[in-house]
Design a protein around this ligand. Sequence first.
Ligand code: HEC
Ligand code: HEC
Length: 145
Amino acid sequence: MKKTIKLIAGIALSCFVMGIAGADVSSLRGGNDLANAAEKTKKAKIEKVSGGIARTWAEQPPMIPHDVDKYQISIKNNGCLKCHSAATYEKEKSPKVGDSHFLTREDKALEKVSSRRWFCDQCHATQKGLTPLVENTFETVGRSD
Ligand code: HEC
Ligand code: HEC
């Protein structure tokens, strides 16, 4: 009998604790039921940041500080290299791709961008001025600039 009472009390207590813990947890969908369509995300333009976006750590691929919609990358053509290649960057007043972009897997320097770095958007991404869904308190251990 005593055991049964203890068990019931235990269950009641854990339900109460779970109730409190669950009270301030809310889904990013808010009160929007799973069966309903998600709320539309706000439209936001790609941020243009003159002077570029500060890097968070030295080896970070810098974020793209401009629009990219017009530039395409296919197996034969790379729209980004119209401005960022060794041959064009001066005329286009654009930063040249990093020196690492000319190296093969065996660290041999090539004259043209290595195929390892051909698909720029594999590493470089644009930014949109949106409010983060979840607060981020990440702090860098050291900026390179
Ligand atoms: C019409 C010329 C042009 C084209 C095409 C272009 N860019 Fe840029 N890009 C620039 C210029 C100019 C800057 C420097 C902007 C500034 O710092 O104010 C820049 C900056 C960047 C940077 C930041 C570099 C740094 O050190 O902060 C990255 C990364 C970049 N571009 C990637 C790309 C990628 C990827 C593409 C193709 C999808 C591309 N760009 C296409 C002109 C261009
Ligand atoms: C595999 C990942 C990767 C790919 C693919 C890549 N990048 Fe980068 N990029 C980086 C990293 C990491 C850096 C910073 C360190 C460095 O320079 O290597 C960088 C640096 C840069 C910079 C700044 C250079 C400087 O001296 O400050 C530009 C501009 C750039 N990349 C453009 C491009 C373009 C254009 C392409 C496509 C042709 C491209 N990247 C492809 C990773 C990549």
